[in-house]
Design a protein. Structure first.
Length: 621
């Protein structure tokens, strides 16, 4: 969830996915509603076991965030163990399974590994040399398998920034060449320097690779940033679900190998780095040639949503459903998504993200099931898998729902609700005219609320909002332990989770007992500045779970340039302007090249048909 928010912010993708929570509202006290009274009376019946329990919440968090479950990374046995635990709890509450053992399985690309056909040969006046994969070179996980061969050109830092009077491509015809590219920029990796957007963690390598591809390079060879190759993060295959194929061969080599390539040109790596800081001019290595081929194998993983049904009591309304959900996966032993200094090898416990939301969902399932007669509509309790790698569980559910999506009245999502301090954030308030009055009625000054209108956002509710379902998103804020091993159970505010669970239960009960289903509203949200500093706004919302050769849209914002151009949810963008689009990173790169007010062509695939639309970007406000 917030996972995705920071992950995408690091990768420069926040501009193309979501708007964050906005607006602070402090509602006045309101009279207690009949629904709240009914729910409150239920809570006071300890003989029925219907009291939301801090002790049970703490127990759930401690198990889910324990060392035993090793961080619950999607596709691992530990995540499967967490799913079994949730299913067992559902069964004990008397919920009905809507699939075998409460599990809705799905597959996804969970990792990559080296194939058997990786090779790298170089020729210099000193002779021919074959490099060892894993020791002297490593293919990048997104590399295409096309063979690459040709003359080598040192393209400095591989940066094109004419606005800063620096362009490594200004005097370089890259067509058919193998480009040797250094890490960083003339400013180093200064996050506040002129070239920060070209060196952002998680974005630099992809962006430089796509620039080389755009310029016609035959292949890209990055020079390791570390003297000891094993200390370079690129020396290990790094899987990124949204960047599986850059459509150009790409590898990283050791600094020692780079020295061998530079020596015939009468220079050293240290001199080349000094030269690149002073001048953007490329250096052709006339006496060096390279031939390489990469073989990166995608490995499928298995995950599952855990879904339990609490059937409503009304003969007419029981066929309508409210979803109460939370994702249960986290980051395992680190790696992609980790914000720890040592990214891999330590358990990322994920107590707040999102054992907290899962525990609140479990307690609500138990409490509401204890007195189900008060619920006229049915409730589906869902624990989503693989949220951290792109909302995959919720996307899998909305593609293959256990009940018709048209009969789903609302979805309430809890993600990172374990650190309640001063403010409770609720997103999606604008997705139904019913939400704000209900929230004000049931809050009764319990929480200082920050209310966000938008239904898009970095968690599983987005998968439902794009299907025109009203959503709410509960969140208690980020913290220094976010996506680190230190997000542990002892730091959880169990009392805060209890209060939030009770609040969500009251809202769900109110929606479940209303004679008429609540209405849906699509929210119009103005464009906002982003971390990468995009100059334009299109209003598209990418689908991060689709593995098509292009970028699939989950939706477009009302009144946006994308909507005016005729783009729709389900469209697959295959070309934006002059840039071919194979994934979200291609799209992000292309977005950074656009200018407000200048019409471009957008090539899409819709229901199997190719078509081209005209789109004029707005200036980002």
């Amino acid at each position: 969830m917030e996972a995705l928010m920071k992950k995408m912010k690091k990768a420069g993708l926040l501009a193309v996915i979501t708007a964050t929570l906005i607006g602070l509202t402090a509602p006045a006290p309101a009279p207690v509603s009949a629904a709240r009274r009914a729910y409150g009376e239920t809570l006071q019946k300890p003989s029925r076991g219907a009291l939301v329990s801090e002790e049970r919440i703490r127990k759930h968090v401690e198990f889910l965030a324990s060392d035993k479950l090793e961080g619950r990374r999607a596709g691992t046995p530990a995540e499967a163990e967490a799913a079994k635990y949730i299913a067992k709890e559902f069964r004990s509450y008397g919920l009905e399974p809507v699939a075998k053992n409460f599990l809705q399985p799905f597959t996804f690309v969970s990792s990559v590994k080296l194939g058997a056909k990786n090779s790298f040969q170089m020729k210099t006046p000193a002779g021919a040399r074959t490099l060892k994969v894993g020791e002297e070179f490593m293919p990048l996980a997104f590399s295409s398998s096309d063979p690459a061969a040709g003359q080598v050109v040192l393209a400095g830092y591989g940066i094109s920034a004419p606005e800063h009077q620096y362009d490594n491509y200004a005097n370089l015809d890259a067509r058919g060449k193998i480009l040797l590219i250094m890490r960083g920029s003339p400013d180093g990796d200064n996050p506040h320097g002129r070239f920060a957007e070209h060196t952002a963690p998680g974005l630099e390598i992809q962006q430089k690779t796509l620039k080389a591809r755009e310029k016609g390079a035959r292949g890209v060879v990055f020079i390791s940033a570390e003297q000891d190759f094993k200390q370079d993060r690129l020396s290990k295959l790094r899987h990124d679900l949204n960047f599986l194929n850059a459509a150009i061969p790409a590898v990283v080599i050791t600094r020692q190998v780079a020295e061998s390539l530079l020596a015939p040109a009468g220079t050293t790596l240290a001199e080349a780095e000094k030269r690149a800081k002073q001048s953007a001019a490329p250096l052709a290595l006339e006496n060096a040639s390279i031939e390489f081929k990469t073989d990166v194998v995608q490995v499928n993983g298995n995950s599952a949503n855990v879904v339990g049904l609490l059937k409503g009591s009304d003969a007419r309304l029981a066929s309508e459903y409210i979803v109460i959900g939370a994702h249960y996966d986290h980051l395992g032993l680190g790696g992609a998504g980790s914000l720890a200094e040592r990214e891999e090898g330590e358990i990322h416990h994920g107590a707040d993200d999102n054992a907290s939301g899962t525990s609140a969902m479990l307690e609500l399932a138990r409490v509401l099931a204890a007195d189900r007669s008060q619920l006229k509509r049915s409730i589906l309790f869902m624990a989503f898998g693989a949220e951290e790698v792109g909302l995959l569980g919720s996307a899998a559910y909305t593609k293959n729902p256990v009940v018709p999506l048209a009969s789903t009245v609302a979805m309430i999502n809890m993600d990172m609700v374990g650190r309640l301090r001063n403010t409770l954030s609720i997103g999606g308030v604008g997705t139904s005219p019913a939400w704000k009055p209900l929230i004000e009625k049931h809050n009764l000054e319990r929480f200082n609320l920050s209310l966000g209108q938008d239904g898009f956002g970095p968690s599983d509710h987005q998968s439902f909002y794009v299907r025109d379902i009203p959503v709410l998103f509960f969140f208690t804020g980020s913290h220094d332990d976010y996506h680190k091993p230190s997000d542990t159970a002892d730091k959880i505010n169990a009392e805060g989770i209890r209060k939030i669970a009770e609040f969500v239960g009251e809202l769900a009960t109110a929606v479940a007992t209303e004679p008429e289903r609540i209405a849906f509203t699509r929210v119009k949200v103005e464009s906002r500045p982003t971390g990468r500093g995009f100059r334009v706004y299109l209003g598209t919302v990418p689908n991060y779970s689709d593995q098509s050769d292009g970028m699939k849209l989950d939706g477009v914002r009302p009144g946006s340039p994308a909507e005016r151009a005729g783009l729709k949810a389900g469209d697959l963008i295959v070309k934006l302007g002059s840039v071919p689009i194979k994934n979200v990173y291609d799209y992000t790169y292309a977005l950074g090249e656009l200018k407000a007010g200048e019409e471009i062509a957008v090539q899409i695939r819709r229901e199997g048909r190719e078509m081209t639309l005209k789109l004029t970007p707005d200036k980002r406000q």
